[in-house]
Unconditional design. Sequence first.
Length: 388
Amino acid sequence: MKKIYFDNNATTPIDPEVFDAMMPYLKEEWGNPSSIHWAGRGARKAVEEGREAVCKLLNCTGLELIFTSSGSEGDNHAIKGIAYAKKDKGNHIITTKVEHPAVLNTCKALAKDGFETTYLDVDGDGLLNLDQLKSAITPKTILITVMYANNETGVVFPIKEIGEIAKGRGITFHTDAVQAAGKIPLDVQKLGVDLLTISGHKLYAPKGIAALFVKRGVRLVPLIHGGHHERNRRGGTENVAGIAAIGKAAAIAMRDMDKEAAHLASLRARLEKGLAERVPHIKINGHPEKRLPNTANVSFEFVEGESLLLNLDMKGVAASSGSACTSGSLEPSHVLLAMGLTHEMSHGSVRFSLGKMNTAEDIDYLLEIMPPIVERMRGMSPLYAGAK
Ligand SMILES: *Cc1c(COP(=O)(O)O)cnc(C)c1O
C-alpha cells in the first residue's frame, strides 16, 4: 500500500541529516555536560553548538534561550513564568480563542490563582481585530500571548504589530511560534517579542526537545526547580542528543527555508485547486494569503470528517481533523467554531499539512482517490440527497 503523510503539523519525520547529527550523543559522547572531566566535554560542546544554531534561526543570543522538553512546556513556562513574576503588577492575560491547548489550558489553570484571561475573537478568515486587542488592555494586563501561526488552519497573525501594541503599553508579549518555525522567518528582533516558543518535532527533529526564547531582562519564575542548568531557569540535565538535533534542524531550516516554502506553496496550490475542480460543496478555511505555505484546511459539506479520515487512511493517506475524540463524543474544532463555521462544517473538515518530503505525485494520488470517497460518503447522507 502507498503511504502518504499529510500530517506534518502534528509531527514531522526526522530529517536524516538531523538523525546523523544526534547519533554521536547517544553513542560515544554520552557524558553529562555539567561534568568538568573528559566525559562531559564533548557533550558540553554539543549543547553550546546546538544553542548557537537555534539562536541563529531566532536571531538572539545564547543567554536568551532555554531548552525545554516540548512546545507545551515552553508555552507553560512562558505564561506561568510571567504571570507569577508579575503578579504584583496585575492579574490579567490576553490571548485568542484559537490558540493551541498548551496555551488555552495554561491560561485556564491560572484562574485558580486569581488570574483572569480575555480570549480574543477571530473573523471568518481566522484573523484578529487589533482594535479589540487594544480595547481589551487594562491597567492590570501583564501578558499578551498570541500564536504566530495556527496549527489547524495555518493562518498567520501580525506578530510585529501586536508586539508594538504590547510594548507601547509596557506589557510582556509571548508568541507560540511552534508552527511558524522553519516555514516563515522567525527573527525575534524584527518581530519585537519578549518570549517565543518553538518545538523540535514540528521541525524535522525528534520529540522531546524544544526551546523558549526569553529576551534579555525579562524575569521569569522557573517551572522546574533544580540545578544550575540553563542559568538556573530550568533544572534538569540537558537533552544533549536532542539539542544537537534541534540545532541541526534549525541550521537546515535557515539554509532551505526559501526553497522549501516555495515547494510547499506550489504543492498546496495544486491540492486546493485540484480539490475545488473535482469535489463540489467544499470550503477552504483560513485567509487565502495570510497563511503558512503548507497547510490546507478543507470543509467537505455533507461529510463527516472522521469517517473521511478513516477512508483516506485505508488508502494509505494520513491527514487529520481538528476534532478531539473525547470519551466517544466528537467535539468540533474550537478554531473552526471561532471562525464562525457551523458544527456540521467543522465536523466535515480535514487538515492536510504538507512537509518537505511530499511530492506532486502525492498530491495527484490524493486528487485521484478523493472524489469517489466523498461521493460514496455523500451518497449515504440524507441531507445531501435533499441538497442536490
Ligand atoms: C504542536 C504544537 C504545540 C505543542 O508542542 P509539543 O512539542 O507537541 O508539546 C504548541 N503549539 C502549537 C501551535 C503546536 O502546533
